[in-house]
Design a protein around this ligand. Structure first.
Ligand SMILES: Cc1cc2nc3c(=O)[nH]c(=O)nc-3n(C[C@H](O)[C@H](O)[C@H](O)COP(=O)(O)O)c2cc1C
Length: 334
């Protein structure tokens, strides 16, 4: 692959056969999905999410087991965490660092307090940002890779006031890095679900992509089956970014972050009165909890971004990586 346009600096840094990183999606990116992506030649970042030690140990150990006879794939195994949650308890990060991950990805908060111990463990630091004005802090922390996340992304990201779009954020960060930190690599995140998105990201100046929603809708993902099925029937018009599901899930996210998921019936019923929902959340929480219990996704949430409109099936992750890679390669070489 040395001469192909997909053999980017990012692919070379982690010995990847395609410049794709699996997003560390809380509760969805477990050991099986991470191991499959690493075996498919992508960077596998386990979803350490909110830093639950038992979950992280179980799933990271599963990935390690699945890769135990495959040292090359094991070298592509890392983990991601939600930074503001580490500020409360970093024991899961500290445990992962004993396992010699190739990379740690931090998002949503100040990465600098954790940079020293990540570097000491020999892991590359990957920092996800939502705005240009967060890039300097990530460079100061010593990030080898910056992920520029646009508001199209599934899951948490910057809200409408603070957020940016992938299409403008990526080239702007690319220009900034070229001028201030040319050895720092760049991934595009938010809306990348096929080879067109991968090829476009490289044209915008990225060294690769971080893929969430498309790899969430795979057989190995730990997301609920009903949520994945709902995603295959939803167009890109059918998601929304708001605080609704964080309030229903009792998640105490700080500003300026909110959450993109499929805009289901319960979301629509609540989205026009956020202050009222905050003041009296319990009736809506009861409906949401019942929806989770019944796997009723008109009330329970399905976490996917605008890329959901490009998702029509639930294949295995190896198939997704292969499709994206082949399509991007064809587009970039034709
Ligand atoms: C189900 C789901 C869970 C996510 N959880 C996390 C998380 O725990 N930590 C994180 O840094 N990003 C998380 N993200 C965001 C991803 O890192 C990434 O920015 C996003 O998925 C990219 O956009 P895409 O969904 O269009 O591919 C999550 C995304 C999804 C879809």
């Amino acid at each position: 692959m040395t001469s192909t346009p997909l053999n980017t600096r990012f692919a070379q840094l982690f010995q990847l056969s395609s410049p794709i990183a699996l997003a560390p999606m809380a509760l969805a990116t477990g050991g099986a999905l991470t191991a499959t992506c690493a075996q498919a030649g992508a960077l596998g970042l386990l979803g350490g999410g909110y830093g639950d030690l038992a979950w992280t140990q179980r799933e990271y150990t599963l990935a390690t087991e699945l890769l135990k006879s495959d040292a090359a794939s094991h070298a592509r195994l890392g983990c991601g965490f939600i930074t503001w949650k580490l500020d409360e308890n970093a024991e899961a990060l500290d445990w992962v660092l004993t396992q010699k991950p190739c990379a740690i990805m931090l998002s949503f908060g100040d990465p600098r307090p954790y940079a020293g111990r990540i570097a000491d463990a020999g892991a590359q630091l990957i920092c996800q940002v939502q705005r240009l004005d967060q890039v300097a802090q990530a460079i100061e922390a010593g990030a080898s890779v910056i992920v520029a996340q646009g508001g199209e992304a599934g899951g948490h990201g910057a809200n409408a006031l603070e957020g940016r779009s992938t299409f403008t954020l990526v080239p702007e960060v690319a220009d900034y890095l070229a001028a201030h930190a040319p050895n720092t690599l760049l991934l595009a995140a938010g809306g990348v679900a096929d080879g067109r998105g991968l090829a476009a990201a490289l044209m915008l100046g990225a060294d690769g992509v971080l893929v969430g929603s498309r790899l969430w809708a795979t057989t190995e993902s730990l997301a609920a089956t009903g949520a994945k099925t709902q995603a295959t029937h939803t167009s890109g018009d059918g998601t929304a970014r708001s605080q609704v599901f964080d309030i229903l899930r009792r998640k105490n996210w700080p500003a300026p972050y909110d959450f993109r998921a499929i805009r289901n019936d319960l979301h629509r019923a609540l989205e026009n009165d956020i202050p009222g929902l905050k003041a009296n959340p319990e009736p809506a929480r009861a409906s949401y909890d019942a929806g989770i219990k019944a796997a009723d996704f008109s009330r329970a949430h399905a976490t996917a971004g605008e890329a959901v409109g490009l998702i029509a099936d639930v294949p295995n992750a190896r198939e997704v990586i292969a499709r994206m890679t082949q399509q991007a390669h064809a587009l970039l070489t034709q």
